[in-house]
Design a binder for this molecule. Structure first.
Ligand SMILES: [Zn+2]
Length: 72
């Protein structure tokens, strides 16, 4: 059995390009830094939107309710 010596080939999740899954590849499971950054960027952008807006909305909603109650 010499299967352990065979390097697995996996498709890049970003572009679908096949790459060797080795510890030499710092970008795995992506084929390149570019694909990894695209994926990270998309994720960070999305979580930033989700994490940032509700907090601000809550604060401004509270302020708005206070103003309405005071008849400001
Ligand atoms: Zn890729």
């Amino acid at each position: 059995m010499s299967n352990e010596n065979q390097t697995p080939i996996v498709p890049c999740p970003q572009c679908g390009k096949r790459l060797y899954w080795t510890s030499d590849n710092p970008w795995r499971p992506f084929c390149s830094k570019r694909c990894k950054m695209i994926d990270l960027g998309a994720w960070a952008d999305e979580s930033h939107r989700i994490a940032g807006e509700p907090a601000m909305d809550d604060a401004s909603l509270d302020e708005l309710m206070n103003r309405i109650e005071r008849g400001d």
